[in-house]
Design a protein around this ligand. Structure first.
Ligand code: IFM
Length: 496
């Protein structure tokens, strides 16, 4: 691995560790001396200035039938970790390992959605959602990651799908949102090429059982997060710090994506399918030629590695050169793999949270206010930039935004209401940026706020609250936050 890559990754690891440390000592969101060019502190109760073209009279209308939605994932909300034949996933193992998650939190109970799904469906209807993006838990369908599907697991998702259809809400199902069956991890996990084949078998079983109820499928959620958080920095499951393995994992995740696309076509199910990618627009931190060059490569690792392979059938040359011919990834790519990975898709799911500013040395700085999530900079223009860029560079594939949101320190007031003014401001500005992208020709079909409910935020446990709906974990009572009431109006008016 090249010096630049190594410095880049180490730098990011250091930044991440420093910020996590600050967050743990109660300084989340505060300026981290030495890491930022021009950082300010953004509490959720002090919304950043509006930077978009939203008109004061609220005149922004989205295309008719626009798919306003919200998103969740299985391990983050379902709970019922040991029920109805569910097996263990890497996140069960990871969260039960002392020191891995904040407060030792686990997804054992989470928002108890497995038992309360009917109530949650009613909340979605109350909000007026037109689309709901959720994920299917692989270890509920195949406890050990292979073999005959578990009927009780499939039945749960059929009940959920029926409930969505009854309420006129379009389902969008993700096949993999990080909960790899632990048994497959024991066999090498995503470092093992066979895991991609196992994933295709699992996907095939799901398509055959539920394909009649799901109009849109997403394959792998945020492969980049698995690569970076799970295999480089190690603060996500499986908790490895192995740069050489990380990009082999990236290739196998991409391969799994392509095999699942092929499995859908072979199953005869009629749904559409595409990847779910967290894309980070990358900008040079200054005007130097060095920053421009470093930004280009950074963009390769953040975005083009995943986009080019799916949409052009090739990994970006600069990234391959940077990894080197002897890297495990480059040696792991076999003839025909890119053809599988670039099997035609029907849609692209974009998850946008933050821009990245890259220095000439390959490090990063912050230029915009952060949220409680130290890695996030609040920059709605980045939404416009990334949407227009993918349309410009990869053609007019239909786009759905499957995640966008922020964590706020939401607590109910004396009257029981939750006033998350910062989330309203954040969403308004990002909706406006998306609207501008639509106006400028981006074929954006739908927008899913992350998240419907407060939930298990991985290594951050239950400390960060990302939901439109507040969850009191002690009683599992749900409370619509101010942002949920506001979003209901947006949906009703189909705009701002
Ligand atoms: O909670 C996560 C989600 O699982 C994947 N995308 C980012 C969200 C916020 O960190």
């Amino acid at each position: 691995m090249s010096l630049l890559t190594r410095r880049r990754l180490l730098r990011r690891a250091a930044l991440s560790a420093t910020a996590a440390g600050a967050a743990r000592t109660g300084l989340a969101g505060a300026t981290l001396a030495g890491t930022a060019a021009a950082v300010s502190v953004a509490g959720c109760d002090s919304p950043p200035e509006r930077t978009t073209d939203a008109e004061p009279d609220g005149g922004l209308r989205f295309p008719d039938g626009f798919g306003w939605g919200a998103a969740t994932s299985a391990y983050q909300i379902e709970g019922a970790a040991k029920e109805d034949g569910r097996g263990e996933s890497v996140w069960d193992t990871f969260s039960h390992t002392p020191g891995r998650t904040r407060n030792g939190d686990t997804g054992d109970v989470a928002a108890d959605h497995y038992h309360r799904y009917a109530q949650d469906l009613d909340l979605m209807r109350e909000l007026g959602l037109r689309s709901y993006r959720f994920s299917i838990s692989w270890p509920r369908i195949q406890a050990d990651g292979s073999g005959r599907p578990n009927q009780r697991g499939l039945d749960f998702y059929r009940r959920l799908l029926d409930g969505l259809h009854e309420r006129g809400i379009a389902p969008m199902a993700t096949l993999f949102h990080w909960d790899l069956p632990q048994a497959l991890q024991d066999d090498g996990g995503w470092e093992n090429r066979d895991t991609a084949e196992r994933f295709a078998d699992y996907a095939d079983a799901v398509f055959r059982a539920l394909g009649d109820r799901v109009p849109a499928w997403l394959t792998i959620n945020e492969p980049k997060t698995v690569v970076q958080n799970g295999y480089i920095w190690g603060h996500h499951a499986p908790g490895h710090q192995d740069e050489a393995a990380a990009y082999l994992v990236a290739h196998h995740l991409q391969l799994a994506h392509g095999l699942a696309v092929q499995a859908l076509r072979a199953s005869g199910a009629s749904g559409r399918i595409g990847p779910a990618l967290n894309l980070h627009p990358c900008y040079p931190a200054d005007d130097s030629a060095e920053a421009a060059a470093a930004t280009r490569l950074y963009d390769g690792y953040e975005n083009r590695l995943y986009l080019d392979s799916v949409f052009t059938g090739a990994y970006p040359q600069d990234v391959l050169a940077d990894l080197g011919p002897d890297s495990r990834m480059v040696r792991g790519v076999r003839d025909g793999d890119l053809k599988i990975i670039s099997s035609p898709v029907d849609l692209l799911a974009v998850q946008y949270y933050t821009p990245i500013y890259v220095t000439g040395g390959g490090g990063t700085v912050r230029k915009w206010p952060t949220s409680e999530a130290e890695w996030q900079q609040i920059y709605p223009e980045g939404m416009y930039d990334i949407l227009t860029r993918v349309t410009r560079d990869y053609g007019r594939v239909p786009i759905t935004i499957t995640e966008n949101g922020l964590p706020c320190p939401d607590t109910p007031g004396p009257d029981g209401t939750v006033d998350d003014a910062g989330r309203v401001s954040f969403l308004r500005d990002h909706f406006a940026a998306a609207h501008r992208a639509v106006r400028d020709g981006v074929p954006l079909e739908s927008y899913h706020v992350w998240s419907l409910l407060d939930n298990f935020e991985w290594a951050e446990g239950y400390d960060q609250r990302w939901g439109l709906v507040y969850v009191d974990y002690a009683s599992q009572r749900r409370v619509l936050k101010r942002s949920a009431h506001w979003y209901r109006e947006v949906i009703r008016r189909n705009g701002l």
